[in-house]
Design a protein around this ligand. Structure first.
Ligand SMILES: [Zn+2]
Length: 257
């Protein structure tokens, strides 16, 4: 019932909203959590809708504009996807490439090519619903095609948990960067902390992230470009299978530096 009311409200708001000027960094996960048959038709509709009002820009460009506190006169939209689902490789990246843009994919190194028992344990921490995960070869292929591979911690832990020791935090944040760099061959300079709200990043975790990455992303406080004292860039949650009115509403915020 709550979901139903939310859908109705968003649809009504969506019909009277449109994407507003600003640099919108979207945060998504998969084509569709409940089936593997979505070949991205709705995602293509979303991208075409954005092009009616603005532009699709590369994620590197988006962070550069935001870091320089640039104001823009149309919606510029960039993409990020968390957790490394196979959809990123099979559907999402090819569609983004056909629209001449890219995305940052934030992965959990320990989930890649993991044992079934680890996958089960991971599923209890994050919603994965038996969905398949990209392997290293596929991740490397995305990097070679011009996408960014970022870290989402080794194991998708809640970095706001004060019980995590310094060595665990270091492993989750700094070592995940090293593993990605070794496996993929890139300079991994983007980090998105799991769960993404204010309570999911402790001061200690933020400090380690700042020492290891150029860009850190949350998934909250979307109307402000930055959170955590201008140290973290905020993203807007918007999945590629959501409706156009919902997307219009989510991109209608007036964003502030
Ligand atoms: Zn995640």
């Amino acid at each position: 019932m709550r979901n139903f009311l939310r859908n109705i409200t968003l649809s009504v708001l969506g019909f009277i909203s449109k994407p507003e000027p600003g640099i919108h960094i979207l945060n998504a996960h998969y084509m569709n959590l409940l089936n593997d048959f979505d070949k991205g038709e709705q995602f293509k509709k979303q991208l075409k809708q954005i092009l009616k009002y603005g532009e699709l820009i590369r994620i590197e460009k988006a962070v550069e504009l935001i870091n320089n506190k640039i104001k823009v006169d149309k919606p510029l939209v960039a993409f990020t996807f968390d957790d490394g689902f196979l959809d990123c490789y099979t559907v999402i990246a090819p569609i983004l490439e056909s629209f001449d843009t890219n995305a940052a994919f934030f992965i959990n190194p320990n989930l890649v090519e993991c044992l079934d028992s680890y996958y089960e344990e991971f599923s209890e921490r994050a919603t994965v619903n038996s969905k398949k995960i990209m392997n290293w070869e596929q991740i490397k292929y995305l990097y070679n095609r011009g996408h960014i591979i970022g870290s989402h911690t080794m194991d998708h832990l809640n970095l706001g948990d004060e019980a995590l020791s310094d060595s665990i935090l270091f492993d989750q944040i700094a070592n995940s960067k090293r593993v990605i760099e070794t496996k993929v061959g890139n300079n991994c300079n983007m980090f998105a902390f799991p769960y993404g709200t204010f309570s999911h990043l402790s001061d200690k975790a933020l400090d380690i992230a700042l020492k290891n990455y150029e860009y850190i992303f949350s998934g909250t406080d979307y109307k402000n470009y930055f959170s955590f004292g201008n140290k973290v860039i905020n993203r807007r949650h918007l999945e590629p299978f959501w409706s156009i009115p919902h997307m219009n509403y989510f991109l209608s915020a007036n964003k502030r530096y």
